[in-house]
Design a protein around this ligand. Structure first.
Ligand code: SF4
Ligand code: SF4
Length: 279
């Protein structure tokens, strides 16, 4: 080995050693100490990194809780137990919130709402929606390719044989991922106590609705008539009836509206289901 090569190797080695020492010292001096609560919270989270809380991982959710960016009740997989554990770590009270539930506000499946053209592209709602507003005759309605079903980490949605997603209530954590996944804004979160909702989002006028769907709301306003629904519990807005949920004391007050809707647009759930569906 020549002397020149030896000098070069020693110089480079020395330089490397010097720089790595500087970096090690800087790392030690400048290191930001992580709040120990982040580690504690991460340890009580399920560790699935499902992102249902809206954060990419359990650790990032834990960081955000400690930084005060998000509440303690957003781990839908862990539910109340995890919420209580986080509350203990953060030394705060458990936030009491009414349980919510996803609802699919369209009943116009393949039998009720025909397709406008044969779609052969990528089989997602997002993709078909970008092609001339989708293959469904109704430009408001459910496209039926199940993006919401794929988005749900809790197996709380399934497509029925008519191409409409159905919520399996006992599995739904109201995480809202299906709401975000739907390109048509058809899924909403409603209070668990809400027994009736409108299964249509079309804001079109009567003629246009009737041309494309047999179960679409054609804004006849019957359900909003005070002779049928007492106390102005339903009002018309953008060609659609809107239930004023906060005013409802007894969901049976909507029985007549539900029963007399000529298009059978209302969907009922819970213990009153049978009564509403009689007609
Ligand atoms: S149905 Fe929707 S809100 Fe309910 S758990 Fe599934 S993705 Fe979340
Ligand atoms: S509700 Fe929305 S995401 Fe789900 S199948 Fe219908 S259009 Fe697609």
């Amino acid at each position: 080995m020549s002397a020149r090569l030896l000098i070069s190797l020693l110089t480079m080695g020395g330089l490397g050693l010097f720089l790595s020492t500087i970096l090690a010292i800087a790392n030690k001096k400048l290191k930001v100490k992580e709040d120990s609560r982040i580690k504690q919270i991460t340890s009580v989270l399920p560790g699935l990194n499902c992102a249902a809380c809206g954060y990419p991982s359990c650790h990032v959710y834990a960081e955000s809780v400690v930084q005060g960016k998000v509440g303690i009740g957003f781990c839908f997989v862990g539910g109340k137990t995890v919420q209580k554990n986080i509350a203990d770590i953060m030394k705060v009270q458990v936030e009491e919130q009414e349980r919510k539930l996803a609802c699919v506000r369209c009943q116009g499946g393949e039998r009720e709402c025909k397709k406008r053209f044969r779609y052969l592209g990528v089989r997602t709602c997002e993709a078909v929606n970008q092609l001339r507003g989708g293959d469904k005759s109704c430009v408001w309605g459910c496209l039926g390719y199940g993006d919401c079903v794929s988005a749900c980490p809790f197996e709380a949605l399934e497509l029925n044989d008519n191409g409409i997603p159905v919520v399996i209530e006992e599995n739904c954590t109201a995480c809202g991922l299906c709401v975000k996944a739907c390109p048509r804004d058809i899924i909403s979160l409603i209070p668990f106590s809400q027994k009736v909702y409108l299964g249509c989002v079309s804001e079109d006028k009567a003629k246009a609705v009737k041309e494309v769907c047999t179960v679409g709301c054609f804004a006849c306003t019957l359900c909003a008539n005070p002779k049928i629904t007492p106390g102005g519990l339903i009002v018309m807005e953008n060609n659609l009836p809107k239930i004023l949920v906060e005013r409802i004391k007894d969901w049976k007050d909507l029985n007549q509206s539900v029963a007399r809707c000529p298009a059978k647009c209302y969907v009922t759930r819970g213990e009153d289901k049978g009564e509403h569906n009689e007609n």
